[in-house]
Design a binder for this molecule. Structure first.
Ligand SMILES: [Zn+2]
Length: 136
């Protein structure tokens, strides 16, 4: 007696059903193996893509951090330049003020020194001229 296969429509003798069924199952197994190989390939590609994405994130993060550090250093240097210029200016002014004060003391223009009887440079020169007229 012949039977028709419900899967492929082939005519099979009733004593060959299990053999024909085995043929269909082996085809399915081979298809499953092929699908598994493809899935492994996709998984491998996915892992490669994940590693590449992680590397990219790492590089971008490094680039962003480097950029932020450079900006912070630049801003710090700019602020330092301003602070340094201000410090130099005020130190220079302090030195000039000090020299002006010393000059006033030496030239007898400082009232406090005059009151204290401290002689000025012109007075000392006058005194030296009087006491030792031979010295030029
Ligand atoms: Zn069949």
């Amino acid at each position: 007696m012949l039977l028709r296969c419900t899967e492929c429509g082939a005519l099979i003798s009733d004593n060959g059903i299990s053999k024909h069924d085995l043929f269909h199952r082996s085809v399915e197994i081979e298809q499953l193996r092929e699908s598994t190989r493809e899935a492994h390939g996709v998984l491998k590609d996915l892992r490669t893509a994940t590693v590449a994405a992680k590397n990219l994130v790492h590089e971008l993060t490094n680039a962003v951090v480097t950029e932020q550090l450079e900006a912070a250093v630049e801003a710090g240097l700019e602020e330092y330049k301003t602070t340094l210029a201000t410090a130099i200016d005020s130190a220079t002014k302090a030195i000039f003020d000090r020299f002006d004060k010393i000059a006033k003391l030496l030239m007898g223009e400082d009232k406090q020194s005059v009151r204290a009887g401290k002689p000025s440079i012109p007075e000392l020169a006058e005194r030296m001229k009087r006491e030792s007229p031979s010295v030029p």
